[in-house]
Every structure is written in structure tokens, then in C-alpha cells.
Design a protein around this ligand. Structure first.
Ligand SMILES: [Zn+2]
Length: 339
């Protein structure tokens, strides 16, 4: 099979011929049909965040077709259309027991991110327990985007705990920010979308944003206050996680407001204890999504409540061009597709 291999941090992926993996008793072999690419892949290339052992095959938004199952696999069979939940969890630790899979203390790996090879390849072999059926009528491309962008958006919105009529700043209108905006708009929330790239304004509006602000930290705070009668916004969902965005988001919050940080960078948010305490502001993190968030995301797509965010597809052979395009800034999601 062909695979795009990360051999050295900072270098282009090399397209190589590799042996097709063989499934063990509890595994399934998938023929990859679509694999999303996103900011986590750029972080892996840059050596920030997760650091897999090299050489490594990235790709963590996988949709495909089961072609072979190990002897112990009873739930799936060749021909099944599936997507992959990336966090290979222990199933028994404190967090697994409390329905917070993605915080598992004894993670066996994250498909396409850490320890387990991903979907930048014609085939991927993984524990069958990671598979979730792709509903009929939902494309491999859209199914793939649910595996990170979609489920992460659901989780971030859950953490934000919005109410109908809330005014929410969504900072960063990439894949996650687009789905966040769609969900919030459908929930009766006024979304003010924020991005450095002003070309994203019309896209943000098609996702349901009521308005759009270019990202310039000082102006952002002033404008958020102006639009909320000086009170500040009810919620902020920061999908970027730069010091500037977190600082502006925090300053734009009303008293008792909540900011959810879902994007991250090497930068930190210096917090004034007095500002936090005296205004009872809340700052929460959100990490990817739980298995159930992925299931719910697929169901929302299937029901037509969420719309496709895929705007471009590339073949595996052009994965480096796709990654460079992403780094330069794209609207919507880029997905690798396989014939
Ligand atoms: Zn666990």
C-alpha cells in the first residue's frame, strides 16, 4: 500500500510503498476512503504537542470501508462503512468510568497522532472497538470530518453550556469553529465570528454567524462590549488559543460569563485573580470529543442539522500540497480522498 510517512520533524512527508498491515484477533483492516487534515497535523510536523515515534503515518480523521476482521471481531464485517474514534482508551480508569474517554489515564494511543498509525495511507489496521458505523447517506468525506472537527465542536459547545438568546464570540472559523457556529446558530444563539482572515466573513455567515469581526485584540474587546450594551458577551469559545485571543476573549466576557479554550498553542494566558474572582468569570478547557460526541455528530449530519464543511479534496500523492495549503489558511476543511 501507499502511505505518506513522517520521517523527520519539519520535513515533507514521503510517499512510500509499505506492507499492508494484517489484523490481529481483535482488529479490523480498513480501506481508507477519506481522511481529513487539520491543525493537529501541522503541529505534529512542527514537533509541537504530541510527539510520535518516527517514522510515523499521520491522519486522525478517518472514514473507510472494512475489508478484513480478526477472528474475535463480531460487530463488524467486510463492506461496512465506518469512521474511527481516535482515542484508544483503557475502558476502566477513573475518566473512562466517568464518561470522559478523551481524558483516559492509560491511553493505548491516539490513531494517527500518537503510537498508532493513521489514515494517510491506503489501509489502516486498528482495534475494531474504535469503529463507529457511518450512517447511510453520509459521505466518507463528511464522516471523516466528524472524527475531529465535528466531535470537538460538540464537546466545546457542551462545555460552554449556552442558553437560548446568548451572545457568543467564536474565535477562529476553521473546521471546529465552523461546526461550533452551525450548532450555536441552530440553538438560538447569536454568534459573533472572529478570524484574522477577513475572507472568511461570508463563509462564517453561511455557517450561521450573525456578524463577523476581524481579529485585532483591542478592537475585538471594544466591539464585543459595544454590541452587548457594555456588559460583555455571555460566552467565548476560543478555537485558536493564542495569548492575544485568550486575553481578548476573557476581557470581552460579561460578569459570570464563561470562556472555553479548545484551541491551543505554546502561548499562555496570564490571569488576574482579582478579575476572575470579582467578576465570577469562568475559564474552562475542552479536549477533542468523547466517543458519544462522535456518534451524536454523525447523527446530526445524517439528520441534516449540520452541513458539510469540506471545501477541497486532494489525493494522497498531494498530501504535502494539502498541508501547505492548510498552513497558508483555508476556508472549511481539506480532506484526502482515495479511489
Ligand atoms: Zn481510561
Amino acid at each position: 500500500m501507499k502511505a505518506a510517512v513522517l520521517r523527520k520533524i519539519g520535513e515533507r512527508l514521503s510517499i512510500e510503498e509499505m506492507p499492508t498491515p494484517r489484523p490481529g484477533p481483535g482488529d479490523a483492516l480498513l480501506r481508507v476512503r477519506a481522511c481529513g487534515i487539520d491543525g493537529t497535523d501541522l503541529k505534529l510536523l512542527d514537533g509541537f504537542g504530541y510527539v510520535p515515534e518516527l517514522p510515523f503515518v499521520m491522519g486522525h480523521e478517518i472514514a473507510g470501508e472494512v475489508v478484513e476482521c480478526g477472528a474475535d471481531v463480531t460487530e463488524f464485517a467486510p463492506g461496512d462503512r465506518v469512521v474511527v474514534y481516535n482515542f484508544v482508551t483503557c475502558g476502566s480508569c477513573l475518566y473512562c468510568r466517568r464518561f470522559r474517554d478523551q481524558l483516559c489515564l492509560d491511553m493505548r494511543g491516539i490513531v494517527g497522532v500518537l503510537d498508532l498509525p493513521g489514515g494517510y495511507a491506503d489501509y489502516v489496521c486498528l482495534p475494531a472497538q474504535q469503529l463507529i458505523r457511518l450512517p447511510d447517506g453520509l459521505s466518507f468525506e463528511d464522516g471523516a470530518t466528524c472524527c475531529d472537527a465535528g466531535m470537538t465542536a460538540l464537546r466545546a459547545v457542551d462545555r460552554a453550556d449556552v442558553s437560548i438568546g446568548d451572545r457568543v464570540l467564536v474565535i477562529g472559523v476553521g473546521g471546529v469553529g465552523s461546526v461550533v457556529t452551525q450548532i450555536l446558530a441552530a440553538s438560538g444563539v447569536e454568534v459573533i465570528a472572529v478570524d484574522t482572515d477577513v475572507a472568511k466573513e461570508s463563509w462564517a455567515r453561511t455557517q450561521g454567524a450573525a456578524s463577523f469581526l476581524p481579529l485585532a485584540a483591542d478592537e475585538l474587546v471594544a466591539e464585543a462590549l459595544r454590541r452587548s450594551a457594555g456588559l460583555g458577551v455571555d460566552r467565548v469559545i476560543d478555537v485558536v488559543g493564542l495569548e492575544d485571543t485568550m486575553r481578548a476573549g476573557f476581557a470581552a466576557l460579561r460578569r459570570g460569563g464563561r470562556m472555553v479554550i479548545v484551541g491551543y498553542t505554546p502561548e499562555a494566558l496570564p490571569l488576574a485573580g482579582k478579575e476572575l474572582a470579582q467578576n465570577e468569570k469562568e475559564v474552562l478547557g475542552a479536549r477533542a470529543g468523547r466517543r458519544d460526541d462522535l456518534r451524536r455528530c454523525l447523527a446530526l449530519f445524517r439528520a441534516g442539522k449540520l452541513r458539510s464543511i469540506v471545501r477541497a479534496t486532494y489525493p494522497l500523492q498531494q498530501v504535502n500540497e494539502a498541508l501547505e495549503t492548510l498552513r497558508g489558511g483555508v476556508i472549511g476543511r481539506i480532506v484526502l480522498t482515495f479511489d
